[in-house]
Design a protein around this ligand. Structure first.
Ligand SMILES: Nc1ncnc2c1ncn2[C@@H]1O[C@H](COP(=O)(O)OP(=O)(O)OP(=O)(O)O)[C@@H](O)[C@H]1O
Ligand SMILES: [Mg+2]
Length: 207
């Protein structure tokens, strides 16, 4: 699904975050990406999504080379990316609009999107939150809504940056259950190894 060859990237052209980095995500793989603060986990997700541009190396996603901005349009439609900071992910007035944004962008009708919103909110046990103002939600609630918004796109792959952060025990349990139920491969970043062990089948330690 994702193949990265000899990837190099730096923000300032001096200190390299990645130098000749190799990585692959195969179908049915569930990879934990572990590493200290600032080692480059979020940067790696942004490179995969085409939000940052590699200095050199190749990124191949869904069997196609991805180089130019237009190559990443399909990537952003087919990879569900849960941001580390939910405030950057949710930007519409209400929960309903935020969760419907992906499906509508992918060509679903308003009625279809509405159905998807109810389904996904039920899945994450946030029924009745449709009309709530996203901005006013708690940090944990925002994370769960952002997760519902990612699932609403029915992505082929998921990149999950700290999905458990700010979540209470019940919500963590629910998210683990969902992650173990969905069929898609994913890469998940977390500093909680005990939780990672429950949802992944391999892990990379990034230095
Ligand atoms: N826009 C930017 N401009 C310059 N440097 C940046 C930028 N974004 C991140 N960095 C630096 O790049 C490095 C990697 O950051 P990144 O956010 O990828 O780390 P991370 O592994 O996700 O850390 P954490 O576990 O704290 O989320 C850090 O040293 C960070 O300060
Ligand atoms: Mg990060």
């Amino acid at each position: 699904m994702i193949k990265v060859k000899n990837l190099s990237f730096s923000y300032d052209k001096e200190e390299y975050i990645f130098e000749n980095f190799n990585f692959s995500l195969k179908n049915e793989e569930r990879i934990a990406l572990i590493g200290d603060n600032g080692c480059g986990k979020t940067t790696f997700f942004k490179l995969i999504m085409g939000l940052l541009k590699a200095d050199s190396g190749q990124i191949e996603i869904f069997d196609q080379k991805r180089e130019k901005e237009e190559d990443f349009i399909e990537v952003r439609e087919r990879i569900g990316y849960l941001f580390q900071d939910s405030d950057n992910q949710l930007f519409l007035p209400t929960v309903e609009e935020d969760v419907a944004f992906g499906p509508i962008n992918l060509g679903k009708s308003k009625a279809e999107a509405k159905k998807i919103v109810s389904e996904k909110l039920a899945m994450v046990k946030m029924e009745g939150f449709e009309k709530k103002v996203t901005y006013n939600l708690s940090q944990g609630q925002k994370k769960i809504i952002a997760f519902a918004a990612v699932l609403a796109m029915d992505p082929d792959v998921l990149l999950l940056d700290e999905p458990f952060a700010s979540l209470d025990k019940q919500s963590i349990k629910r998210m683990i259950k969902i992650l173990n139920k969905i069929a898609q491969p994913f890469i998940i970043v977390s500093h909680n190894n005990l939780l990672l062990d429950q949802v992944t089948n391999s892990s990379y330690f990034l230095e």
